[in-house]
Design a protein around this ligand. Structure first.
Ligand code: GSH
Length: 213
C-alpha cells in the first residue's frame, strides 16, 4: 500500500507514528502541497488534496489520519484503539479533541505568525489561543490521572497529540503545565515519535528558513 504524505504535515506525522508503533510497512509517496504541479498530480489521486491518504494495492482510497489508523489497527498488535466500547469511545473523543482543538489552532498560530503583522487575523488568532488554552487545561487535569491521552495505554489519541505538541513547542509553549511537559517527555522517548521527528527535521528547517527569509 502507498502512503501519500509529507514529513512536516502534522496529520501525516500522526499516521506515521501509528505505522511506526505497529511496525507496518508502506510505500512512501511524498507530496509537496506548496508545489502547484505536485498538488495537481496528487489531486488526481485524491481530489480533496489533503494529506495523508493511504492507497491500497487494489486502488481503494483511505483518506483521513484517524481512518488510516483504524484501518491499520486491524492488522495486528499493538492495538492503538483498544478496550471495551467505553474506552474506544474515549479514544475517539480524545482523538477528535486533539485534532480539532489543539492541532488545528496550533497550526493556525504557526501560519498566522509567519505572515507580516498587518496581514494577521487577530480574531482567528484569539480563537485559536482560546482553544489551545482550554485544551491545555483539560490535558493538565487528565495527565494528573493517566500517563497517556486516553488512559494507561498509548493509543490513537497519543498519535494525534505528539505532532501538535511538537509544533506547540514553538507556537504555544506549555512549559508552565507540569503534567503536559512530563507527558511530552514520555512521548519523546518513544522510537515512533523520535523517528517521525527525525524524518521531519530537514524539511522543517528548510520550510522555516524559507519563510523567515
Ligand atoms: N482531517 C484530516 C486533516 C488533514 C489535513 O488538513 N492535512 C493538511 C496537512 S497537515 C493538508 O492537507 N492541508 C492542505 C489543505 O488543507 O488543502 C486528517 O485527519 O487527515
Amino acid at each position: 500500500m502507498k502512503l501519500y504524505y509529507n514529513p512536516i504535515s502534522t496529520y501525516s506525522q500522526k499516521a506515521l507514528i501509528a505505522f511506526y508503533e505497529k511496525g507496518i510497512d508502506f510505500e512512501p509517496n511524498i507530496v509537496s502541497l506548496m508545489d502547484p504541479d505536485d498538488l495537481a498530480k496528487y489531486r488526481k489521486v485524491y481530489p480533496m488534496g489533503k494529506i495523508p491518504c493511504l492507497v491500497l494495492d487494489d486502488g481503494h482510497l483511505i483518506p483521513e489520519s484517524s481512518i488510516i489508523i483504524e484501518y491499520i489497527d486491524d492488522m495486528g498488535e499493538p492495538r492503538l484503539i483498544d478496550g471495551d466500547n467505553e474506552q474506544i469511545r474515549k479514544i475517539r473523543f480524545k482523538d477528535r479533541m486533539l485534532d480539532l482543538y489543539l492541532n488545528d489552532p496550533i497550526v493556525t498560530l504557526l501560519l498566522q505568525g509567519m505572515k507580516p503583522e498587518d496581514q494577521r487575523d487577530p480574531e482567528r488568532m484569539a480563537t485559536a489561543q482560546f482553544r489551545i488554552d482550554t485544551m491545555y487545561g483539560f490535558m493538565e487535569a487528565e495527565f494528573e490521572k493517566h500517563p497517556f491521552a486516553s488512559g494507561d495505554q498509548f493509543s490513537m489519541a497519543d498519535c494525534a497529540a505528539a505532532p501538535a505538541l511538537f509544533c506547540a513547542e514553538q507556537t504555544a509553549p506549555f512549559a508552565e503545565y507540569k503534567n503536559i511537559s512530563a507527558y511530552w517527555e514520555r512521548l519523546k522517548q518513544r522510537p515512533s515519535v523520535q523517528r517521525t521527528h527525525e524524518e521531519a527535521r530537514p524539511a522543517l528547517e528548510a520550510f522555516m528558513n524559507k519563510n523567515a527569509a
